[in-house]
Ligand binder design. Structure first.
Ligand code: DX5
Ligand code: ZN
Length: 220
């Protein structure tokens, strides 16, 4: 079985010590950097903008997994490609022409991801799943770190896994929001490939150890 990946979300890092926290992730067992971009319009919060993301990209040595919680994400595809983004994820709810957005992301040399809000059924991806490299299932309402995990996510992971298998698609399943050691095993059992973890990692006494333990837990 392929390795289950851990993607710490820098949203929960100490922004006054960002380089320190990035180096911690670089040296840890983490697989990806998860970078949450919020515009204050699609979600009721603003995270950080291009100058900060450029600074992160300069130091981060692992896969850059960028989660755009913004309206009209097509406007920024070229910018994210230029700063070395590996996977660019847009929200289903923010894209009127999702298929076109996915093609534009791939044409810019990145992997294309689609995020679904908790209320959005996975069946809506029926006709484009083969074009999607990663589906990010939101297990909280996007906009803030530190929220509680929504239990219905397990059903969505299973439904998405069934769709991917039925279509023979290469799509990875990522879970984002409220991930901890309490739900990680069940999520992976249901079919998750990538676990995003913000508060659980960065608010723990020893983030490096927390990442290692979570990775071991889901890969044993
Ligand atoms: C929520 C973000 C998440 C968030 C996860 O809108 O997309 O990536 O940082 O944080 P935790 O793990 O604290 O729920
Ligand atoms: Zn995210």
């Amino acid at each position: 079985m392929s390795k289950k990946r851990i993607a710490p979300s820098l949203l929960a890092a100490d922004f006054a010590n960002l380089q320190r926290d990035i180096e911690m992730v670089n040296k840890s067992e983490a697989d990806w950097f998860h970078i949450d971009v919020m515009d204050g319009v699609f979600v009721p919060n603003i995270s950080f903008g291009m100058p900060v993301i450029e600074a992160i990209a300069k130091h981060a040595k692992k896969t850059l997994d960028v989660h755009l919680m913004i309206v009209d994400p097509d406007r920024y595809i070229a910018d994210f490609a230029a700063l070395g983004t590996d996977i660019l994820t847009v929200h289903y709810e923010a894209c009127t022409h999702l298929h076109r957005s996915l093609q534009a992301i791939k044409a810019a040399g990145m992997k294309a991801g689609v995020a679904l809000n908790p209320h959005t059924p996975v069946s809506l991806l029926e006709d484009c799943i083969e074009d999607i490299d990663l589906v990010c299932l939101m297990s909280v309402n996007p906009g803030f770190g530190g929220q509680s995990f929504i239990e219905n996510t397990y059903n969505k992971v299973k439904a998405l896994k069934a769709l991917i298998t039925r279509k023979g698609a290469p799509t990875l399943i990522e879970i984002d929001g409220g991930v901890t050691d309490k739900n990680a095993s069940e999520l992976v059992l249901a079919g998750a490939d990538v676990l995003v973890a913000g508060s659980y990692v960065f608010k723990s006494p020893d983030p490096t150890e927390t990442i290692l333990a979570l990775s071991k837990q889901v890969n044993s």
